[in-house]
Design a protein around this ligand. Structure first.
Ligand code: CAA
Length: 387
């Protein structure tokens, strides 16, 4: 039985901040951001948007009545959680009217969480093929203002329904994992911004990928020559090039065949959005499926997921015939192109001074997306549907 990704949907905030403007503020050559890191825009959430509103906005369009009725589990993966106890998924479950005979949980392991969710969901559906699992990866990537990481910030959510006989991608059984305890990126309790040892994090990412790739092959995975398309976790899109180069170097004979074309289409959305932590790999996958002009039917895609701290996983999937009919290309491209650019002042006030941290706060209306944070009442977050 084939099991995998049946539908995918993206939601990003309505605003962005151009990295050329950030470079000007920092007094550096904009080409460092545009080409050195491969980023053009950073998605910026408004004060009444958070990982819940983005997650609900991503999932809602793919929840037809039939799908809603079959969802047995909702897994929300994030590393920018809004509560230490309650799963953010429960707010989303309520907003989307998913039935109460359903388990709802939150997964955390830095940017890797959604991949753990995907592997678990796939195994659950293999055991009980009538069930569907809703996975939502939702994050706001925030570093200290004026730090080296600031230019890689971003925000967004990606929802996927996992099912038997999926319409987009069949997941292969083989996967390779690699975990070890390292402090390359972390966010202590009570801190809004991540701490990072940036250059170490790049080295650790690449080593994790080499080890996960080796484990994938040991576990019966495909040869590199059988994976014409590749997609890597993208904290910034240039990281994919570094990962691709390292993968080719680890397979000198087979790697010679591969060109930058194998991953280039996976960068187009991330370049316009910035890092979205748990969602980043899957936004890359969506970008590859939606922007590659070639028909990818029955072709294999190799994927590498990385979460600092750290866990890496290499896995692969095959594209299902007819996949193009089930993508939401027009909606996603309009959502990205209809965003508004923010001034530096508005970007910094929205990104760094959250009104939602107060005990009581009625949130002014900024967002026109379907769902918004309406108020905080005695630290209880109250969400609503935009009218
Ligand atoms: N024109 C073109 N390119 C330029 C340039 C210019 N004027 N100036 C610099 N560059 C290039 C540099 O040559 C370099 O390219 P290479 O890496 O290919 O050599 C690139 O721009 C970056 O330059 P620096 O290394 O000098 O950049 P930096 O010291 O400012 O730090 C960073 C970059 C470490 C990525 C920093 O932005 C950071 O800490 N980011 C957050 C952490 C991160 O994203 N880590 C990634 C791995 S961890 C992970 O994946 C998990 C996660 O999601 C966080």
């Amino acid at each position: 039985m084939n099991v995998g990704i049946d539908s995918i949907s993206l939601c990003v905030p309505e605003s962005f901040y151009p990295l050329t403007d950030l470079a000007e503020k920092h007094g550096i050559d904009p080409n460092k951001y545009l080409y050195g890191l491969g980023q053009e825009k950073m998605s910026v959430p408004s004060p009444d948007e958070d990982i819940v509103t983005l997650a609900a906005g991503a999932a809602n369009p793919i929840l037809t009545d039939d799908v809603r009725a079959s969802i047995s589990t909702v897994i929300l993966a994030t590393e920018s959680g809004i509560d230490q106890s309650k799963s953010a998924g429960l707010f989303v479950h309520g907003l989307l009217g998913i039935k109460s005979n359903c388990r709802v949980i939150e997964f955390k392991q830095a940017c890797y969480g959604a991949t753990a969710a995907l592997q678990m969901a796939t195994d659950m559906v293999r055991q009980r093929p009538d069930e569907k699992i809703l996975i939502i990866a939702s994050d706001i990537a925030r570093y200290e203002q004026d730090s080296l990481g600031e230019c890689t910030q971003g925000a967004g959510a990606l929802a996927m329904v996992i099912s038997a006989n999926p319409r987009l991608l069949n997941l292969h059984h083989a996967h390779g994992t690699h975990s070890f305890d390292v402090m390359d990126f972390w966010r202590p309790n009570g801190h809004k911004a991540a701490q990072v040892d940036g250059h170490l994090s790049i080295e650790v990412y690449l080593e994790s990928m080499r080890q996960a790739w080796s484990n994938y092959k040991d576990n019966g995975g495909h040869q590199l020559s059988e994976l014409p398309w590749l997609c890597f976790h993208q904290p910034f899109t240039k990281m994919s090039k570094k990962a691709f180069t390292a993968l080719k170097e680890s397979e000198p004979q087979q790697g010679a065949e591969l060109t930058d074309l194998s991953y280039e289409h996976s960068l187009l959305y991330g370049r316009q959005i910035g890092n979205t932590y748990t969602a980043s790999l899957y936004i890359g996958l969506l970008s590859l499926l939606e922007n590659n002009p070639q028909d990818l039917t029955e072709q294999n895609i190799g994927l590498f997921s990385y979460g600092s701290g750290s866990v890496g996983e290499f896995f692969s999937a095959q594209v299902v015939p007819g996949y193009r009919q089930h993508l939401r290309v027009k909606e996603h491209q309009e959502m990205l192109s209809n965003r508004q650019a923010l001034s530096h002042e508005k970007y910094t006030s929205w990104f760094y001074q959250s009104l939602a941290d107060h005990e009581n706060q009625v949130m002014p209306k900024f967002s026109n997306r379907e769902f918004r944070l309406e108020k905080v009442d005695g630290f209880r977050r109250v969400y609503g549907v935009n009218t």
